[in-house]
Design a protein around this ligand. Structure first.
Ligand code: ADP
Ligand code: MG
Length: 319
């Protein structure tokens, strides 16, 4: 019989590099650097809501941590520590071992220590809390966008939604197209280095988890400004571009969610610097529009006509 404590010791206890006291006591102890603020965020993944219950456990482990790290990236914070509260239907050790390997692969890549958590029996549910640090006053918030700012996004949007819609039998892709889009859904890459590089450059930032329009909408609301976007500037993969004439696919790029790219605003005087950052990080950065004094969120097509916006993004309770 495997006990809860065997599972914790065997699968969730690994050496920590930047922690005073990690897994094993009633609480963990951490030391944060002088002149820094602690950035804290949590994201929960529920089977059937956020992922298919039969999702590959390694990829699920990766994604559980990656989506949390993405919030640190969006704050311009350096991710450092995480806790993991997990409910498991049973002690399937093959599953748990693979989950832990995926989780720790992500933890190692982004230098995050797993310092504690909770393990219980229940319907599969994974709740991660992430902590990071940022020099005092330097965090990238949602409320700093100014009229005249350029609006930028990293990477490409819509592939995760496209792959998900295929898996839900809502939009058919060829095997090759699925192969190219699936990694965006299963193995998101949080943009930590970009967040750090933007600390003294961006006026505001957010990570795109619920869809570009919904998440940019949070910036607009917090900053009390409007925005005008150019559809042609929205960065999409070649697969998505092949289908973008379909309104449902255009909608996936604008509002699909699960992209985990950063959307940020910066003054036009920063364009050259941002081009250098893009090159240095080997990461596409696209200017997709401008912040305006007011007027809500408008999207223009290549002929300058307004594009009708349907749903702006994912909301668990909206109906
Ligand atoms: P307590 O009974 O005091 O809440 P637990 O028995 O739940 O303690 O946990 C024992 C130790 O293992 C604690 O340090 C806790 O943070 C850690 N822990 C429990 N589950 C996990 C997990 N899934 N991942 C990492 N650490 C865990
Ligand atoms: Mg406990």
């Amino acid at each position: 019989m495997t006990s809860e404590f065997d599972l914790i010791r065997k699968y969730f206890t690994r050496p920590t590099a930047q922690t005073k006291l990690g897994v094993g006591d009633d609480a963990a102890l951490i030391d944060i650097a002088n002149g820094h603020e602690l950035a804290i965020s949590a994201d929960m993944l529920v089977a059937g809501t956020h992922f298919f219950a039969d999702t590959d456990p390694y990829e699920l482990g990766w994604k559980s941590l990656a989506v949390n790290i993405s919030d640190m990236a969006a704050m311009g914070a350096e991710p450092k520590w995480a806790t993991l509260a997990i409910a498991l239907p049973d002690a399937d050790e093959t599953w748990i071992a693979a989950f832990a390997d995926g989780f720790f692969a992500c933890a190692e890549k982004f230098k995050v220590d797993l310092i504690g958590g909770d393990t219980t029996r229940g319907s599969l549910c994974i709740s991660v809390q992430i902590m990071g640090q940022v020099p005092s006053g330097k965090a990238l918030k949602r409320d700093g966008a100014k009229a005249g700012d350029d609006i930028w996004v990293s990477g490409q949007l819509g592939d995760a939604a496209l792959a998900l819609n295929h898996l839900l039998s809502k939009y058919p892709l060829t095997d090759e197209e699925l192969k190219q889009t699936l990694p965006a859904l299963l193995k998101p890459q949080p943009r930590v280095n970009l967040g750090l590089a933007l600390r003294n450059i961006a006026h505001s930032a957010i990570d795109i988890s619920d869809g570009l329009l919904a998440d940019l909408g949070h910036i607009l609301k917090a900053s009390k400004v409007g925005a005008e976007l150019n559809m042609a500037g929205i960065p999409c993969s070649s697969v998505l571009q092949r289908h973008v004439h379909e309104p449902s696919v255009r909608q996936m790029a604008l509002a699909g969610g699960d992209d985990y790219e950063l959307c940020f605003t910066a003054p036009a005087s920063r364009q050259q610097q941002l081009a250098e950052i893009a090159q240095h990080l080997d990461l596409q950065l696209s200017c997709i529009g401008k912040i305006c004094e007011s007027g809500g969120l408008i999207i223009k097509d290549t002929d300058g006509n307004n594009i009708e916006i349907g749903k702006t993004g994912f909301d668990h309770f909206a109906r």
